[in-house]
Write a protein that binds this ligand. Structure first.
Ligand code: ATP
Length: 344
């Protein structure tokens, strides 16, 4: 990889000159407008726009090199955009970096380790750097170690921690100043399943506390479980922003339903043959898969009601959702088919 291009000051027109009111809770937690950033030979981020409301958990999804880290580093005030603007709690990241830093907890995809420094010393170092003194500093460190389950590791050297312990430490560091907005770049990468569950649990608590969480990951199924919505980026462009549920449902005008019967499973196909808006797709061990000519919840409920009215012994009736990975691939396919220029 070549060296980064020198940081350029963005055009003044790109930056909002108004000083925001920090107490205005109506301001979005994150607001990005037409943000662009290039490196020699690479348009890493191209005119990206999105908004994250306060208290939301947003998953930032994209393949390797899609532009996630570049966007997050700009939000974390570690890089400048070439064009466009980004605000955190109303503060422009270029004009008010100190205000932004006060409000964000940043967890990079790789964090520096220090030899001969214990977990306690590491957190103490950052707490001091953030301006905490005396009793308040000790209190914050103790709370963070308790929350991230690091108390028992206080005397362990940082460079001897496992990946999962290290990620907890990195999260702890991001939380010392109790920020409103967390920007987490691939926090689950390289963690074993148990450590991932633990991390998910911590993020759930933080979101219940009302924090805004902007989190990137490749593991779509995990993000789907914990995020209010997912933001897909592909070759530097946002290609989709929506809830995991709407993605799983897709834009299809029909829906697939798996039906199980307690007995007499042949009755399912017979029943379907009498109902023109329902098609029998395939038999399964205890029933079959049917397709309903509508994705409207009311219409789907009517089909179930009519099955029960007609004495079908239904034990299970559930929508077959698309996997998020399939939804992502489908969106990419649609973009390529529509000829929208995504290659650069
Ligand atoms: P990954 O999932 O692999 O971390 P990503 O979505 O975070 O990928 P970025 O790190 O934002 O992607 O990179 C976007 C593009 O910009 C890539 O082509 C990358 O090589 C390039 N890039 C990022 N930083 C630099 C840099 N400092 N100098 C040159 N190119 C860079």
């Amino acid at each position: 990889m070549s060296d980064p291009a020198p940081i350029e000051t963005p055009p003044s027109s790109a930056v909002d000159s108004a000083v925001p009111d920090p107490d205005d809770r109506d301001t979005a937690a994150i607001e990005v407008r037409n943000l662009s950033r290039s490196f020699p030979g690479v348009h890493a981020v191209r005119s990206v726009s999105f908004t994250v409301a306060r208290g939301q958990v947003i998953g930032f999804v994209g393949a390797n090199g899609a532009g996630k880290t570049t966007t997050m580093r700009i939000l974390a005030t570690l890089d400048h955009p070439d064009a466009g603007a980004a605000r955190v709690c109303g503060f422009d990241v270029v004009r008010y970096p100190a205000e932004v830093r006060r409000r964000i907890g940043w967890m990079p995809d790789h964090y520096g380790t220090y030899s001969n420094m214990t977990v306690l010393e590491y957190l103490d170092f950052f707490a001091r750097a953030l301006g905490f003194r005396g009793e308040e500093r000790l209190q914050r460190i103790s709370e963070v170690m308790d929350f991230t389950d690091l108390t028992g590791l206080a005397d362990r050297l940082v460079d001897t921690l496992s990946k999962g312990m290290g990620q907890r430490l990195c999260l702890g560091r991001a939380l010392i100043h109790d920020p409103e907005v967390l920007i987490l770049d691939e926090p689950a990468a390289g963690l074993d399943p148990k450590a991932r569950v633990e991390l998910k649990h911590l993020l759930r608590i933080l979101s219940e506390e009302g924090k805004t969480v902007f989190i990137s990951s490749h593991i779509l199924s995990e993000l789907g479980e914990m995020c209010d919505s997912l933001l897909f980026i592909h070759q530097g462009e946002i290609i989709h922003h929506g809830s995991a549920e709407s993605l799983r449902r897709g834009s299809a005008a029909t829906c697939l339903v798996e039906v199980r019967l307690a007995h007499s499973i042949e009755r399912l196909a017979e029943w379907v043959s009498l109902h023109p808006h329902v098609t029998f797709r395939e038999a399964t061990r205890n029933g079959g898969r049917i397709e309903i000519d509508s994705a409207e919840p009311g219409e789907i409920a009517t089909v179930l009601r009519h099955m029960i009215r007609d004495d079908l012994p239904v034990t299970d009736f559930h929508l077959q959702e698309r996997k998020l990975e399939d939804a992502f691939i489908e969106i990419l396919g649609e973009i390529e088919a529509s000829g929208v220029p995504v290659v650069g």
